[in-house]
Each structure stands twice: as C-alpha cells, then as structure tokens.
Design a protein around this ligand. Sequence first.
Ligand code: S3P
Length: 442
Amino acid sequence: MNQPVPLAVRRSGPLRGRARVPGDKSISHRALILGALTVGETRISGLLEGEDVINTSRAMRALGATVERTGQGEWCIHGVGVSGFAGPATPLDFGNSGTGCRLVIGAVAGCPITATFDGDASLRMRPMQRFLDPLQRMGARAVSVTEGGRLPLTLKGARDPIPIAYRPPVASAQLKSAVLLAGLSAPGETIVEEAEATRDHTERLLRHFGAEVTAAPNGPHGRRITLKGQPELVPAPVVVPADPSSAAFPMVAALIVPGSEVILDGVMTNVTRTGLYKTLREMGADIEELDARVEGGEDVADLHVRHSALRGVEVPPERAPFMIDEYLVLGVAASFAEGTTRMRGLKELRVKESDRLAATAAMLRVNGADVEIEGDDLIVHGKGHVAGGGTVATHMDHRIAMSALVMGLASDKPVQVDDTAFIATSFPGFVEMMRGLGGELS
Ligand code: S3P
C-alpha cells in the first residue's frame, strides 16, 4: 500500500438516492478459486475488483490457471481441474487479505506442489497455525512457518491427501472452507462439524460447480458438512451479488443521519450474512426488503433504509458468525442509539485485519462515546448523539476506516481518519458513493 490517505468528514444533510455496493468479497474469492479448479471456462460477472480479490486472481494465475478480465466486473477463467495447480515460481502475496490467503492455503494443501504465502504487515500478524493443524492431518506439510504460526510460510501440499472429519475449534468460515478445498483432492468424504454455523458460500459454490456437498444440523447452532472428494468440477457461470458487509456502511449512515432515505440495490440476504440487519431491526431500524428474489443462486433484495430512532439491545454470541465483520459499524449505530448495547462473544474480532475489539472501542472513545470492553463483550452506552472531533487510527483496517467515516456523517463535530487507503481492499468507490448520496467527505 502506498502513502496514507487521511480524510475528514463532517455532519451531513440527509442522505438520499439509490446505490449498488460492489460484489460480495467472500463469493468473489471463492468464484476465482473454484473456477481455477474447474476444467474449462468459467465466466464471472459482478466480481469485486478490490485489492483483496485482485490478489487472489494473481495467485490463481501463478498456480497455473488462465484468468482474464473481460470487462467491468467480468472475468473469465480457464481452470486446471481439481488437484491440478502447478507450483508457483515466486511467493504468493495476498496483501491485506486473510480470506484469500487461507482459502488458497487450503486449496494448495491438496495438491502435490510447494508454495510460499505472504502478505502485508497486517496479514503477517494474523494466526495461520489453526489452518495448518487440520491440513497437516490431511497430509500437507508446513516446510517453514514464521514464529507464532504466522506468514510468511511455505506449504508442501499432500501427494495423497487423506480425508478427515474435523471439528473447528473456532467458528470460522475460512477454516471450514480451507478444509473443504483441501478435501476436494482427497478420496472419500471430508467432514466438517461446526458447533456454530458460519457463512455457507463455499458449500453453495461447490454444489454450483457439480460437487456433492450435504449439510445437516449439528446441535442447536451448528452444521455438519460432508464433501465427496475428487469430483470433476464443471464450469458454470457465477453472478456475484452485492456485498451485505459493504452495504452495512451506507445502511448505518442512512439510519443515523436525520432525514435520510436510501435504497441499496441487489444486496445479498443469505441468512448466514445478515445478523447485522436483524440486530438493527431489533434496535428499531426501518429497513424494508423490496423485490426479494434469487440471483446467481443467492437470495437478494433492494433494501430501503430510512433514518430511524435506535435503542440499545443485547446481541447474543451465537449471532457473531453471521455478522462477524459488522461489529465496528454496529458500534457506531449503538453510539447514536438511546441506551446500552451489549455485543457478546467477540473474541474472534481480536484476530481480524486489526484487533477490532480494541480498535472499535478506541474509535468510539476518541469521539466521545461511552464504551467498555468486558472480557469478550463490547458494551456501548448510547446517548442518541456522538460528539466527534477525534482522529481515528485505522490500523491498516478497511472496515475501521469506513465505520469512522460513517460516524462522522452524523457526529456533532467533524471526524478525522488517519488513512483511508485500505478501503480499496474491499470497497473501491466507497467515498464517491457516499458523496453521491450527499455525504460531506473531504
Ligand atoms: C470470511 C470469513 C470471516 C470474515 C472474513 C471473510 C470468508 O472470517 O471475517 O471477512 O469469506 O470466509 P472467519 O470465518 O475466519 O471468522
């Protein structure tokens, strides 16, 4: 990433209009990776062209697939087939992206090749050992790993991968997906038993490309996923819906800026992703689903959002996997609400692009909000308004930058953000979109 790009945002008039946020990041990574493991031509439309996903496209090229951009969001891949990756000549650099890196680690673990994985300073801080543990059981070998189970690391994939039954120690769609992607190359059944269900895009896309994947309930909140190994993946076009995690930013902005009324087009409403929407509605948010439909195998709707008086709520820990990336912006909404919001069970936030538990509390506090961290819970005592006037440290984290900018649109005094450059990892065009809706960002 180049020079920091600071930005200031001041209280804005009503946000009005219609907008479409970019394609879903999770599906974009997976479409590229599964397209690369398919024999023949896969066409993707609506791909998120953020830096994270571009890095995954480069990795697919380095591993032997042909990947071409044919138009805005339009991509075409000629894959190499399951287990068909070739050893890359140079290290794979995933930049800021944990998802791209972890999913490709899983896919490489099932191939008889050696690859080195690396990323930026944020990604180099993030845990990788939890991915290596199951993949080593499947026959892959970590040739070298940086101290603490970090990047850079070099992985030798399994020549004859072994299918496993695996219980992830934490609720993580990345972990589940890494094991399933490695399991593609193994004979027999690879099973992942999740105590808490996580986003299901890998399973859906595997089915879309012809693999046999079943999911059954596992306890009150979990799922048991079974993949039949060594399928022949067949090409199928992928249409990427608008990213609900990106839509969360203009949504919360419209809820907290008085007089706002915004429509967000074609947003994915897959229930494994919409914990924030459910929570905001419990807080009193006026979010209406218009024209609910299925596009590219996912539920989508146009979301009509109007400024709303919000009140504090308790967010249960089992909802965390369905809104794991949304607590920062929920912290902003909670600060503008009346009363206390307790968000429970947020341990995983500590190992995201930054320590998001600490960073969210700091972002709110420096702008005058009343926040506490108790164990793994984030508690915000909302006062109906936020003073603002603070400078937010983004810690190389796109979602802190966007949350802080949203906060500034409704704060009493302007909010400064030290670096907005990382927004480009997930939401290119964010600042322009918010300006188009009437936000004053300078
Ligand atoms: C993602 C899963 C989540 C999320 C990340 C994207 C995915 O991580 O935080 O932004 O695409 O699988 P974990 O499932 O590891 O918590």
